[in-house]
Design a protein around this ligand. Structure first.
Ligand code: NAD
Length: 467
């Protein structure tokens, strides 16, 4: 933990960090007690008072320098992330660069925090200004061990806030490496606090404090709802990036070969443990059989292995909870009447590997049709026309990501408008970019990270009427 400018390595309680590729213990993580959290809160309050008055050019310099250090340390950081999370080195390298790009983006975006002057005919003025919201409590999950902490830190630090970050206990070293780049870049010790602990204890403690003015959480919808309720007691601002169950509409006029390849690679990213992972495939009648055959062949041929091996295309699941969860969902789907086209079982003698799995025609009663699988699982069914596809795609309370594949520009526009989602990918599964908002609607959460919207979420508005 990093509290009030000091690294803390001792604690009465610890968490064992596991390599998901082989089950080996990587290290012991100290967990915060209430006294550590109180010290972090005090530091965050001091840090906010100092940082909000620090000229934006200095804040930008820290973020640019941290971005440079992330790029310089990419081999070390990517290796740590692969060891503790399991995804391939190619993916953790991309994540490190994405984090660096985000820091660079917010370094510049913070300089564009413009106000507004309302000039009245009487000669009076009203000034509209945007100020940093205050100390932020941020909770980042394990699935993007570098980029998630980066998202929780970049925008608030650019805006002039202090942050108490609690990353996932499964992937601490990656988050520590990101925080270290900020410290080495000159970020004052009171501005960034890093704590680990029992998640429910930490969030209850931090959210009860009036010092914290904003809560930012990425994780499941159930935990997000719980945190919004806790935040309500002191009326804290919230940004919630929650679960999804992304529909994919595959029209009969798509480029079949490209669609198969894009979806097989997109679905395999981090073994499907991605909130925007393409999951419910709706395939139009005329190409249904050809698409399902080609996709199943390509998806099941993915090479599984340790993320450290250059030939590996998909790593293990991040922990044994995920392995048990996907196993239960698949058994339930098969028992409910779904046809298992490939996968459906764990792979290998060690680690938490799960084979790429395609389930055809699962009935709506199957849990996998409603619950986010968060693993390499695809469910497929067919549709006849546009309206049927949209109705099926929009039927769940989630609204994070949605995808469509078509070569018809008019159809692409119509489907983009009709899908209920915060982000839509047309002929692509790539939805994250430093300059574009990332976030969902409905029960997938509210508020956005990334883009100018991510900075706005760390600012409050003040209007001064001057006579
Ligand atoms: P989980 O719901 O126990 O935890 C998800 C994340 O929330 C973890 O990082 C955890 O540390 C944190 N968390 C849990 N309870 C918390 C609390 N009371 N206060 C603060 N933080 C808390 O589930 P899990 O087994 O780690 O992950 C499985 C599910 O979580 C997935 O099915 C998926 O729905 C969701 N998830 C979503 C994302 C995302 O990017 N939106 C990322 C990771 C996990």
């Amino acid at each position: 933990m990093y509290v009030a400018g000091e690294w803390i390595q001792q604690s009465t309680r610890t968490h064992c960090v596991i390599n998901p590729a082989n089950g080996d213990t990587l290290g012991e993580l100290p967990l915060a007690e209430a006294a550590d959290l109180d010290r972090a809160l005090d530091a965050a309050e001091r840090g906010f008072r100092q940082w909000r008055k620090t000229p934006v050019g200095e804040r930008a310099h820290v973020l640019h320098e941290a971005a440079r250090l992330l790029r310089e340390r990419i081999d070390q950081i990517a290796t740590l992330a692969t060891l503790e999370e399991g995804k391939t080195l190619a993916e953790t390298r991309i994540e490190t660069l994405a984090c660096a790009n985000l820091f660079d983006f917010y370094a510049e975006e913070a300089k564009r925090n413009y106000g507004r002057v309302l000039v009245r005919p009487s000669g009076t003025r009203s000034l509209v200004m945007h100020e940093p919201v205050g100390p932020v409590a941020a909770f980042a999950p394990w699935n993007f061990p570098i980029h998630n902490p980066g998202r929780k830190l970049g925008a608030p630090i650019a805006a002039g806030c202090s942050v108490i970050l609690k990353p996932a206990e499964e992937t601490p070293a990656s988050a520590m490496a990101v925080v270290q780049t900020l410290i080495d870049a000159g970020c004052p010790g009171d501005v960034v606090q890093l704590v680990f602990g029992v998640p429910d204890e930490v969030s209850r403690h931090l959210l009860a404090s009036p010092i914290i003015r904003k809560v930012s959480f990425t994780g499941s919808t159930a935990v997000g709802k719980h945190l919004v309720k806790l935040a309500a007691d002191t009326m804290k601002r919230t940004t919630m990036e929650l679960g999804g169950h992304a529909p994919v509409i595959i029209f009969d006029d798509c480029d079949l070969e490209r669609t198969v390849e894009t979806l097989a690679i997109g679905k395999s990213r981090n073994a499907g443990q991605v909130c925007v992972s393409p999951t419910r495939f709706y395939v139009q009648d005329a190409i249904h059989d050809r698409f399902i055959d080609a996709f199943t062949k390509r998806f099941s041929a993915l090479r599984l292995g340790s993320g450290l091996e250059p030939s590996t295309e998909m790593g293990p699941l991040a922990n044994d909870r995920r392995l048990n969860a996907v196993s239960t969902l698949v058994s339930d789907a098969v028992q409910s009447g779904a046809t298992l086209l490939c996968g459906g079982e764990a792979s290998g003698e060690q680690g938490f590997f799960w084979r790429p799995t395609v389930l055809a025609d699962a009935p709506l009663s199957a849990r996998v049709m409603h619950e986010e699988p968060f693993g390499p699982i695809v469910v497929t069914s067919r549709f006849s026309d546009f309206d049927e596809a949209i109705e099926k795609a929009n039927r769940l309370p989630y609204g994070l990501a949605a995808f469509a594949f078509t070569e018809n520009a008019r159809q692409a526009n119509l489907v983009g408008d009709a899908l209920e989602a915060g982000m839509v990918g047309i002929n692509t599964t790539g939805l994250a970019a430093a300059d574009a908002p990332f976030g969902g609607v409905k029960e997938s959460g509210h508020g956005a990270e990334d883009g100018p919207e991510g900075l706005a979420a760390c600012l409050v508005t003040k209007t001064i009427h001057q006579i």
